[in-house]
Structure formats: C-alpha cells, structure tokens
Design a protein around this ligand. Structure first.
Ligand code: RP5
Length: 176
C-alpha cells in the first residue's frame, strides 16, 4: 500500500477531504486525470491502493478511516470483478463514487456491471468506464464539496467557464 497526499506543499499539509482508492497499482493511469483535477480545484485528497480481494481487512479499516477523517466522499476505481466500491459502501455511510477501470479481458464492461448493479439499500454512484469516468468522479466530488464550501464552488465555476471558453475559442467552432 502506498499513499500520496496533495496538493504538494512546504506548508502544513491539509487534512484530506476526499479519499481516492484503486484496486491495483495498474489502475493508476485511469485516475491520473482525476487527481490533476482535484489538485487544480485545491481539494486535498489522499490516494491508496486497496483491494477488496487481496487486502480485505485493510478495506474495512479504510472505511473506518474515511469516517474518522470525515471525508466528503471516496472515489473508488477497480477493474474486472470490481468489488472495491461496493464493499466500501457496505462498510461506511461516506458516499462512494465508483469508477470502472477498463479491463483487459472485457474492456471494462465487467467492471461497470460489477459496480453499477448494487442491491437496493447499498448505493454506489457509478461513473463511465475509464479516464472520463474518473475525471467526472473528481468533478462530482468537487460539486459535493461546493454545496458547503464557497472556495471550491468558485473554482469549480471557473473550471466550467474555462472549459466553455476553450470550445468557443477553437477556430473550428462553428460560431466563428
Ligand atoms: C482489480 O483487478 C484491479 O482494480 C485491477 O483493475 C484489476 C487487475 O489488477 P492487477 O492484476 O493489474 O493487479 O482488482
């Protein structure tokens, strides 16, 4: 298990507000864009590799940690038999945002169905397969925080405006 806390800084490190977990180190490329967005929006997060199958006890401990640290949500990415988000949701009331990783065998359809088909009563918010889903999970985490944090709200709005401007400024945009 390894961990990174962001944003990197020489000043005291803020407590993480969002947990980001993945089933394997091999899932990291899927999550990079999400981590960049969290850093850009100045949302402190921590990253862990945590597996529902390979480290089940650590998973339960992590769910307790998320509650102790009062995380606003946990972004949980996994591929194949992707039980990580659902098992986390079973252990904690902290909202779990599930990201299906594109698996080698079935292109992530297996991951998607494993994560999205939760039994009624144990919700996992499920995002698209792969990097787009990971980015949207980060933006969704920001939106959750923005309901009570004006700073995050302002930065999220600025991000959205910049995204729109990038389209409008594209010389191939039909409005030109
Ligand atoms: C899942 O199995 C992980 O989330 C990963 O997507 C998949 C494959 O893991 P590795 O065999 O690459 O460690 O638990």
């Amino acid at each position: 298990m390894w961990a990174v806390t962001s944003p990197p800084s020489s000043t005291p490190v803020p407590l993480p507000r969002v947990g980001v977990v993945m089933g394997s180190r091999s899932d990291f490329p899927t999550l990079e864009g999400a981590l960049e967005l969290l850093a850009r929006l100045e949302i402190a997060y921590e990253v862990r590799v945590l597996s529902a199958h390979r480290t089940p006890e650590l998973l339960a401990n992590y769910a307790a940690r998320a509650e102790r640290l009062n995380f606003s949500c946990i972004i949980a990415a996994a591929g194949g038999a992707a039980h990580l988000p659902g098992m986390l949701a079973a252990f904690t009331w902290v909202p779990v945002l599930g990201v299906p990783v594109q698996s080698r065998a079935l292109s992530g359809q297996d991951s998607l169905l494993s994560i999205v088909q939760m039994p009624g009563g144990v919700p996992v918010a499920t995002f698209a397969i792969g990097q787009a889903g990971a980015k949207n999970a980060a933006l969704f985490a920001a939106a959750l925080l923005a309901t009570t944090d004006a700073g995050v709200r302002g930065r999220l709005q600025a991000f959205r405006e910049q995204q729109t401007r990038a389209v409008l400024d594209d010389p191939y945009f039909e409005g030109h």
